[in-house]
Write a protein of this length. Structure first.
Length: 341
């Protein structure tokens, strides 16, 4: 065999190795991860009409998707759901939601429409319960009206993803037939991608993942009880949760989307991330938590990305020393770095 042919064969082998045919691509950065679908932020509903500077700041952070949250309010005493009140913030109104969707699309951002229920500051919606069938039916009729109206808005505005419920463990467990028929009605109206936001501790018991495009999880997983754990410690703490999500994904054959994830810039930020009981500021703890989440989750083949909690369109966040938002904090640089990938 001629020397030139041998050289050519060696060259081909090297090229195949570089593109991954024979292993890891040596030309990629060592910290390179696969690209996720949703590099998102949950946008706090603006108090008044939103301006373009909000979207420009999101673009600078390499955000490619936002979640919009039109709140509705539950009155437990009369088992009702109400929404679109005149006293609500502009961004929670149907008109405000439509405008925000249109502006996001103008900036080439995907949109997830994610209705939330609000009972009161001390009440977890997953514990919602009624004692009589008539109460359940009254509440369900109101909830259906609420959800189907936003399903129509999602269809009209070509919303990319509709999340039709958030953290409703008890209503789903006690009234599964209601949710099956509601999903059927939603799909007759809305033709985009569909998900539900399960809490981190009950996503494996949701019965209707086969009807969804994504397994949605509000990912406030408890990690470390240390005041300020480092990234490597947090990466280890993630592993038990990764194993459980992996099993759920294999059962349903759907990608997992973090419909929410986030940490406050406080001591013990990863101990119980869903709580707001820590008041001493700790920017490093928040930054480490985000870094560990990205290094752990982003290379999972079933992880579709997620929506960080949260981003303020209005300036009042500047008066809050401790909060979930990464705005003006070191965590924002971490998020921007990973979202740029």
């Amino acid at each position: 065999m001629k020397k030139s042919v041998l050289v050519l064969l060696l060259f081909i082998i090297l090229i195949l190795s570089a593109v991954g045919f024979c292993g890891t691509n040596p030309f990629l950065p060592k910290d390179s991860k696969k690209t996720v679908d949703y590099k998102g932020m949950n946008l706090v509903a603006p108090i008044k009409e939103i301006n373009n500077t909000t979207f420009e700041a999101l673009v600078q952070t390499h955000v490619n998707a936002i979640s919009l949250i039109p709140y509705a309010f539950v009155n437990i005493d009369n088992a009702s759901v109400s929404y679109n009140h005149k006293k609500q913030w502009w961004g929670e109104s149907t008109a405000g939601i439509r405008t925000c969707i249109q502006k996001a699309h103008a900036y080439n951002m995907k949109v997830m429409l994610k209705p939330h229920l609000w009972v009161n500051h001390q009440f977890y919606t997953g514990n919602l319960n009624f004692t009589t069938t008539s109460e359940w039916e009254n509440w369900e009729a109101d909830y259906e009206k609420y959800i189907l109206e936003y399903a129509r808005i999602a269809q009209d505005e070509k919303v990319d993803l509709f999340c039709f419920g958030t953290e409703l463990r008890n209503p789903i467990a006690k009234r599964p037939q209601y949710w099956t028929q509601l999903i059927t009605k939603i799909k007759k109206i809305y033709t985009g991608k569909l998900t539900y936001a399960a809490n981190w501790d009950d996503y494996d018991s949701v019965p209707f993942w086969s009807q969804m495009d994504y397994i949605g999880i509000d990912g406030y997983f408890p990690l470390s009880d240390k005041e300020n754990p480092n990234v490597s410690e947090l990466e280890k703490d993630w592993q038990k949760h990764i194993k459980k999500m992996d099993l759920t994904q294999k059962k349903w054959h759907k990608k997992i989307l973090f419909t929410e994830f986030g940490y406050r810039n406080s001591n013990f930020a990863t101990q119980e991330p869903w709580k707001e009981n820590q008041t001493e500021a700790n920017n490093n703890a928040q930054a480490n938590a985000f870094q560990a989440l990205f290094t752990t989750l982003n290379h999972q083949k079933w992880y579709a990305g997620g929506f960080a909690w949260k981003w303020y369109a209005d300036d009042y966040h500047k008066s809050k020393e401790v909060d979930y938002t990464p705005q003006g904090k070191p965590a924002l640089e971490i998020i921007a770095k990973w979202y740029k990938k």
